[in-house]
Every structure is written in structure tokens, then in C-alpha cells.
Design a protein around this ligand. Structure first.
Ligand SMILES: *[C@@H]1O[C@H](CO)[C@@H](O)[C@H](O)[C@H]1NC(C)=O
Ligand SMILES: *[C@@H]1O[C@H](CO)[C@@H](O)[C@H](O)[C@H]1NC(C)=O
Ligand SMILES: *[C@@H]1O[C@H](CO)[C@@H](O)[C@H](O)[C@H]1NC(C)=O
Ligand SMILES: *[C@@H]1O[C@H](CO)[C@@H](O)[C@H](O)[C@H]1NC(C)=O
Ligand SMILES: *[C@@H]1O[C@H](CO)[C@@H](O)[C@H](O)[C@H]1NC(C)=O
Ligand SMILES: *[C@@H]1O[C@H](CO)[C@@H](O)[C@H](O)[C@H]1NC(C)=O
Ligand SMILES: *[C@@H]1O[C@H](CO)[C@@H](O)[C@H](O)[C@H]1NC(C)=O
Ligand SMILES: *[C@@H]1O[C@H](CO)[C@@H](O)[C@H](O)[C@H]1NC(C)=O
Ligand SMILES: *[C@@H]1O[C@H](CO)[C@@H](O)[C@H](O)[C@H]1NC(C)=O
Ligand SMILES: *[C@@H]1O[C@H](CO)[C@@H](O)[C@H](O)[C@H]1NC(C)=O
Length: 505
């Protein structure tokens, strides 16, 4: 099929228009992390923030609006969702001035130094504190009007995380509906979300769905493992195939909202995860399963495939949770949802090579990207320029007087830039190529004080100096393919837009 350039543009415009009518479309999908604090040795806020930065976690949700945390998170670039704890819900839902005080004390006092992006009003209110459900919408509206009064309502969104258990008959998703008991609250609530441009916040726990299904839900389907097509679950009404519980539950929420005639409120997943340890009657709470679930979840969310009902629509997701909470009551699994122990050590190393800029700590695949020996210097230079320009690599370490200036030659500088780009792209397949002048290696190219990104903690004894190669080379002139890739960035961008747009179809 042939498209003229004009029709490609028209198509792109049409697609962007179609997509932007859906509130979430302008957001990139991101991964955040919940920070529960029921730990006997809860780290100090500055330690928490240091861990977040080291792990490149740029989105967090707090279960309250702790002053110490909000201060520590100031000027970090980390985006923060704060919460009205359930205990404070009745007070705030019954008094406009209590709500206004809460906002002034916990939001206005910290914004904009602390980048607060949302307020979660209560947590699983319908199931956890049903007696407070009658004041939920008032609480949300009071907080909203205080934000409006402070002119912060565009930057800070108000919503309330729901337990997925209020969605009944969730499979097939096309038949799902909200427990009608709560319609008198849910209808004005979703209406509020729609009119304020907020997300429906949903907590999704395939672990519990799997545990409670008595074998009906296969483990692989809960763990977001690749399934053979004949193992996928088919929605008999829509004929849509579901390959995991996570997507099916999000679509169930979309259909449940459809039944209440709300068709343009996007879903955000405020909690999801898998426990790494359990009682003897929780045999699937294992390190392996927790690692598999969270690694697959992160890849799935960042891949921006959306769900079958809304392909390509970002479903940003907050992992439950940052730390194991040893003080949580209940079964062993309750205390073991964390990615880290209180001392900041990972409970397990996520298999995240290829996932992009989050929890970039897969030390199991210690690979680097280097310029190929003998590559054409012109091509290396072009690729280097691309990496430090459109590729958005921070090349300042290679400036004169900086640690990676020496050796001052194109192969060493290209190696630094290629490796930074590779690392920045989460070591994803295909990100260490640069038209064939780059190659993956297991040798850490760091040298002297020039520490390459991705090589933290691996310097002892393995430091290798780059031998200064000659600038000339024997390789051939750039081919047409290389020029197309490096020379015409705008065409590439256009192509990417087109490819991304087609996904929305
Ligand atoms: C990986 O995790 C360890 C322990 O939390 C941390 O010290 C290290 O800086 C992390 N490395 C990267 C590249 O994030
Ligand atoms: C918060 O983060 C978002 C996304 O990076 C950014 O657009 C916004 O300007 C930030 N706001 C503040 C107050 O820093
Ligand atoms: C609540 O207070 C705000 C000011 O913070 C005001 O604009 C709004 O009208 C009040 N709403 C009600 C229902 O009293
Ligand atoms: C719907 O919610 C009500 C109130 O919480 C509860 O009593 C009822 O069991 C729920 N219905 C179903 C089918 O779960
Ligand atoms: C949704 O809209 C349809 C058609 O307008 C109407 O019949 C139905 O009662 C509405 N449902 C709700 C829950 O408002
Ligand atoms: C990411 O999405 C593409 C389609 O857009 C798909 O082909 C690929 O398998 C997905 N990768 C993962 C890890 O889900
Ligand atoms: C490590 O990651 C690179 C890039 O994704 C890949 O080419 C290589 O096969 C991986 N190695 C192992 C041992 O998984
Ligand atoms: C690497 O270079 C540093 C100076 O940059 C030097 O001190 C060190 O001895 C060199 N190591 C090797 C193995 O050549
Ligand atoms: C590096 O070596 C020093 C001294 O030999 C040691 O104290 C340090 O723990 C080592 N670091 C790592 C990450 O192995
Ligand atoms: C590369 O440069 C060296 C001197 O730096 C020279 O001896 C050699 O002949 C050159 N090789 C080619 C292929 O031009």
C-alpha cells in the first residue's frame, strides 16, 4: 500500500485528534512506586530519597502527606502523589474548612518545590472504611475547591484508589460492572473525575485473583508471562484475546465505567505487585514469581501497548511497594511485597534489561556498548554527534578538563556516548548498533576517573584502559542506509510518530 506524504500527515493528525480526546493520551506511561512505612526500622526520608534516586524512580505515592518526606522530596525531580489517610476522611468530608486546612498545610506549603501531582483521597474506601463512603465525594470536592482557590487544580489532580474487588463479574471484561450497592457514590465520583480530568485509580492484584480462583486462573496468565495464543482468555462478546489478568482487569474497569455512561476517564493503576515470601499455604509467594511479575509488569507498562480496549493509551502503574513492611499484620506475604529491605538492599534484582529508565539495576546482564575497532571515523563522528544531540546523551564528561576527555579521540568518545545511550535506553535490544559501528561487550570500558554509566560498583579490579586507537580506518564509506539513519533525523521522527500512531489503530 502506498501513502503520499500528505495522507500520512492527515492520518497522523486524525489519529492524534482521536487520541487526544481521551484524557490520558498526552501522558507517557510511567512506573511509580508506593512507599508504605510500617517498618520497625523505617529509613530516614533522606535515605528513602537517596534510594529512589539511585534506582531512578521518578514517581512515588505516599500513604499520607508526611512533612519529612515532602521536604526530602523537594527539588529532586521526583513526582509525588500524596494521600488523605482513611482516618482523616470523615473529618475532611464533613467540613470544607478542615479540607481547606489540610490542603494549605500539606500541599500549598510544599508546592512547587515538591512536585505534587495528585491527591489520593482515602484508600480503598468502599471496602476498607465503607462507613466513610457517604462523605467521599464531598471530601474530594472540598479538596478540589481548596486547590482551585490556590490555583493548583490544573497541576494537582484529585482521585481515590479503588479496590478492584468492587468490580463484579470482571471476566469477561465486557460484562464487568461496579457493585451496584455503591452506584449512588460511584456515579457522582466518576462524574467528578471526568469533569476534573482526573484518573480512575485502581489497585490490581493478580496474585489475589490467582489465589482465589481455585486453579481457574493459570499462574502464567497472572504473572504476565508470554502465553501461547490458544492459552489466552477470549472475551466471547468482543472476541478480544487477553494474555494476562492485569489487562483484563483494567478493561473490566473501562467497561464498568461504560455501563455508567462514562467513556473518557482514563485508568491509572495505583497499586500492583507480587509478594516474594509467604506462609506454607501461600506457595506462589516466591522470590522468583515476585521478580517475574514485577519485571514483566514494568516492561508491559513502559511498552505503551495499552489494553485491548484502549490500545496505546498509557496505563501508568505504581508498584506495591518500595520496602518490605515487617510490621504489617496478617500472613507472611503481607510483610513481603517490597522491592527493597529497610537497608536499601534489593530483595531481588529485577530482570529489567531493556525496560528503560526505571529501576535500572539489573546487574545480571553486565554489558556495555563500545565503538567497534576499525570503524570508519566519519561514521563514528556522525553517530557520536547524533548521540550527544538528538540522542540526548549527557556528553559533558568528555569536555576538555573533564574525566572522560582523555583519550581525546573519536573512538573513545564514541564509546562513552554509545554506552551512555545504551544504558539510557535500558540496554534494550537494538540500542547498541549505530549503523553497525557499535558493538556490545562485557568488558567495562571505564578508565581512570572516567566511570561509564551502568558500571557503578563494578570497578574494582576490572578497570580497563581504552587503548588510544588511530583515527584512520579501513572501513568503507557510509552506505545509503547509514545516511538515512543518521542524516535525516526529522524523517526518523516522522516515521516513529507514524509507527506509534499505527499502534492506536
Ligand atoms: C543498584 O542497587 C544497589 C543497591 O541498592 C545500589 O547501591 C546501586 O547504586 C544500584 N545501581 C544502579 C546502577 O542503580
Ligand atoms: C512536575 O513534573 C512535571 C513532569 O516532569 C513537570 O512538567 C512539571 O513542570 C513539574 N512541576 C514542578 C512544579 O516542578
Ligand atoms: C468550600 O471552600 C471553598 C474555598 O476554599 C469555596 O470556594 C467553596 O465554595 C466552599 N464550598 C462549600 C460547599 O462550602
Ligand atoms: C457489594 O457491596 C456490598 C457492600 O459492601 C456487599 O455487602 C456485597 O456483598 C457486594 N456484592 C458482591 C456481589 O460482592
Ligand atoms: C446510560 O445512557 C443510556 C442511554 O442514554 C441510558 O438508557 C442509561 O440509563 C444510562 N445509564 C446510566 C447508569 O446513567
Ligand atoms: C511491546 O510491544 C510490541 C508491539 O507494540 C510487541 O511486539 C512486543 O512484543 C512488546 N514487548 C513486550 C516485552 O511486551
Ligand atoms: C545482555 O543484554 C544484551 C543486550 O540486550 C543482549 O544482547 C545479551 O544477549 C544479553 N546477555 C545475556 C547473557 O542475557
Ligand atoms: C589506566 O590509566 C590510569 C591513568 O588514567 C593508570 O594510572 C593505570 O595504571 C592504567 N591501567 C592500566 C591497566 O593500564
Ligand atoms: C572496592 O575495593 C575497596 C578496597 O579494596 C573495598 O573497600 C570496596 O568494598 C570494594 N568495592 C566493591 C564494590 O567491591
Ligand atoms: C593510519 O595512520 C597511521 C599514522 O597515524 C599510518 O601509519 C597508517 O598508514 C594509516 N593507515 C591508513 C589505512 O591510512
Amino acid at each position: 500500500m502506498f501513502w503520499s506524504m500528505e495522507s500520512v500527515f492527515v492520518l497522523i493528525l486524525l489519529l492524534s485528534a482521536a487520541v487526544s480526546s481521551f484524557v490520558a493520551a498526552d501522558d507517557e506511561a510511567f512506573i511509580g512506586v508506593n512507599i508504605g512505612t510500617d517498618l520497625s526500622d523505617m529509613p530516614h526520608p533522606t535515605q528513602v530519597v537517596a534510594l529512589l534516586k539511585a534506582q531512578q524512580i521518578w514517581h512515588v505515592r505516599l500513604y499520607d502527606a508526611d512533612r519529612g518526606m515532602l521536604v526530602a522530596l523537594a527539588n529532586t525531580g521526583i513526582q509525588v502523589m500524596v494521600s488523605v489517610p482513611n482516618e482523616q476522611l470523615l473529618g475532611i468530608g464533613q467540613s470544607n474548612s478542615t479540607a481547606a486546612n489540610w490542603v494549605s498545610h500539606n500541599i500549598v506549603a510544599h508546592y512547587p518545590a515538591t512536585n505534587i501531582t495528585a491527591i489520593c483521597v482515602g484508600s480503598e474506601v468502599f471496602t476498607a472504611v465503607p462507613n466513610a463512603a457517604s462523605v467521599l465525594v464531598n471530601a474530594m470536592k472540598f479538596i478540589q475547591s481548596a486547590l482551585v482557590a490556590s490555583n493548583l487544580d490544573r497541576q494537582i489532580k484529585v482521585s481515590t484508589p479503588l479496590s478492584s474487588s468492587i468490580i463484579l463479574d470482571s471476566f469477561p471484561p465486557s460484562q464487568a460492572f461496579f457493585n451496584k450497592t455503591w452506584n449512588p457514590v460511584l456515579i457522582p465520583m466518576v462524574n467528578f473525575l471526568q469533569s476534573t480530568g482526573s484518573h480512575l485509580m485502581l489497585n490490581i492484584y493478580p496474585y489475589y485473583d490467582y489465589m482465589q480462583s481455585n486453579g481457574v486462573i493459570p499462574l502464567d496468565y497472572a504473572l504476565l508471562k508470554p502465553l501461547a495464543p490458544n492459552k489466552e482468555a477470549v472475551d466471547a462478546n468482543t472476541l478480544v484475546h487477553y494474555s494476562n489478568v492485569f489487562d483484563a482487569m483494567i478493561d473490566a474497569a473501562y467497561f464498568a465505567m461504560d455501563f455508567l455512561n462514562f467513556t473518557n476517564v482514563p485508568v491509572m493503576v495505583t497499586e500492583s505487585g507480587w509478594p516474594s515470601k509467604g506462609d506454607s499455604n501461600e506457595p506462589d509467594a516466591t522470590l522468583d514469581n515476585a521478580n517475574t511479575y514485577n519485571s514483566n509488569l514494568i516492561r508491559h507498562v513502559l511498552n505503551k501497548t495499552g489494553t485491548p480496549k484502549h490500545p496505546g493509551i498509557a496505563v501508568s502503574t505504581y508498584i506495591y511497594e518500595l520496602y518490605n513492611e515487617d510490621l504489617k499484620p496478617g500472613p507472611v506475604s503481607e510483610k513481603n511485597w517490597g522491592l527493597f529491605n529497610a537497608n536499601g538492599e534489593p530483595v531481588y534484582i529485577l530482570h529489567l534489561t531493556g525496560s528503560g529508565l526505571v529501576l535500572a539495576n539489573d546487574t545480571t546482564n553486565q554489558t556495555y556498548c563500545t565503538a567497534k575497532q576499525g570503524a570508519d571515523p566519519k561514521m563514528l563522528q556522525a553517530a557520536l554527534d547524533w548521540a550527544c544531540g538528538p540522542g540526548k546523551v549527557d556528553c559533558s564528561a568528555m569536555l576538555q578538563g573533564e574525566p572522560c576527555y582523555q583519550p581525546d579521540n573519536v573512538i573513545a568518545h564514541a564509546t562513552y556516548a554509545f554506552n551512555s545511550y545504551y544504558n539510557q535506553m535500558g540496554k534494550a535490544p537494538g540500542t547498541c548498533d549505530f549503523n553497525g559501528v557499535a558493538a556490545i561487550t562485557t568488558t567495562n570500558p571505564s578508565h581512570g576517573t572516567c566511570v561509564f554509566p551502568g558500571s557503578t560498583g563494578r570497578m574494582n579490579g576490572t578497570t580497563v584502559n581504552i587503548t588510544a586507537p588511530s583515527m584512520n580506518s579501513t572501513s568503507s564509506a557510509p552506505s545509503v542506509r547509514d545516511l538515512y539513519n543518521l542524516g535525516s533525523t526529522s524523517f526518523l521522527v516522522l516515521l516513529r510518530v507514524l509507527i506509534c500512531s499505527i499502534v492506536f489503530l
